[in-house]
Design a protein around this ligand. Structure first.
Ligand SMILES: CC(C)(COP(=O)(O)OP(=O)(O)OC[C@H]1O[C@@H](n2cnc3c(N)ncnc32)[C@H](O)[C@@H]1OP(=O)(O)O)[C@@H](O)C(=O)NCCC(=O)NCCS
Length: 288
């Protein structure tokens, strides 16, 4: 349509941010950016490339600037998210316009994204290649401790600041293929009510973790150093569990963990980034 145009929506553009927040649930029914924005978590690192028609965002490709971690090195790169087009405007090249605007802005920088089963043939049109992801776990008995780890609420600004500080002073959860400084992605999951509870395992170690179907899932660890988790795990359960699963490659936190299977739910695509060949799991709390 002739009256459509692409705009860059950043945190200096409140009216456009609102238009973006209205767009998101029109494409992704259960997803919401409003609370995350209200929390002040939308910073310069997040830009949306929105196609606007009559003041509304009808298609979009968002870009999060990331400090990726690949084989022990920092790599500045980007992660795409919220890519879509409102149902009534699909099939007119609008998502392509948004994607091309985003990709042009990123040049040759490394870009990753997590897709879904309906768009597996979409991203290769833009130079992306799929890459397998794995699930990691270990059989390990954990019995409840008398001293449960406090739950921390990211709705509290002081807790958000605490997570940011731990992320900036802390140690990467994995050195293989992951991210650093992703507190504002983790907080997005909390704002949208998709996160496991944040628990204070130690003063300097906060974990997103909970028990599901008898398995203790540790989705992320924000900590100043790597330490032996075993004496602390009882603080995260109220009933005995026999298995752990990790939301990241656990080579640092649990070297004996094994690959359980390929992660059939994670549709990772990569462009301009060479990755180690071994199995890995990009941290679930660093995905956009
Ligand atoms: C997938 C989606 C973004 C496509 O939007 P759209 O505006 O209809 O796409 P476009 O018209 O710009 O199509 C661009 C190209 O991709 C192709 N394409 C469109 N949808 C596709 C799909 N689901 N799978 C594969 N290719 C697709 C088009 O044929 C077109 O090809 P070409 O330009 O190379 O000839 C849209 O259907 C959508 O919002 N889906 C739901 C949200 C979603 O799943 N987003 C992805 C999140 S990871």
């Amino acid at each position: 349509m002739s009256n459509s145009r692409v705009v860059v929506i950043d945190h200096h553009a409140p009216a456009l941010q609102s238009a973006f927040c209205d767009y998101v649930p029109r494409v992704f029914r259960t997803v919401d950016f409003k609370r995350w924005r209200e929390w002040g978590e939308w910073t310069d690192d997040y830009r949306a490339f929105g196609v606007i028609e009559d003041g509304r965002v009808v298609a979009n490709a968002s870009v999060m600037r990331m400090c990726l971690r690949v084989e022990g090195r920092d790599v500045i790169g980007y992660q795409l998210g919220a890519v879509g087009c409102v149902p009534e405007r699909r099939g007119h090249g609008l998502a392509r316009v948004a994607m091309e605007a985003a990709m042009e802005a990123l040049g040759d920088a490394p870009v990753i994204l997590f897709a879904n089963k309906t768009v597996l043939d979409f991203y290769p049109r833009f130079g992306f290649a799929p890459r397998a992801q794995c699930l990691f776990g270990v059989d390990h008995e954990v019995t409840p401790s008398a001293d449960p780890a406090p739950t921390l609420e990211l709705a509290d600004p002081a807790i958000r600041q605490g997570l940011l500080t731990l992320a900036s002073t802390g140690t990467p959860v994995t050195e293989r293929f992951g991210a650093r400084l992703h507190a504002r992605i983790a907080s997005w999951y909390a704002a949208a009510n998709f996160a496991r509870p944040l628990r204070q395992l130690r003063e300097d170690a906060w974990v997103f973790a909970s028990v599901e179907d008898g398995v203790l899932h540790i989705d992320d660890v924000f900590a100043t150093e790597v330490f032996d988790l075993r004496p602390y795990l009882g603080r995260l359960v109220t009933e005995p569990v026999k298995q752990l699963q990790f939301g990241f490659t656990p080579e640092r936190w649990w070297p004996d963990a094994r690959v359980l299977e390929e992660d059939a739910e994670a549709d990772l695509f990569v462009r301009g980034l060479s990755l180690p060949t071994g199995p890995d799991r990009f941290p679930v709390m660093a995905r956009t």
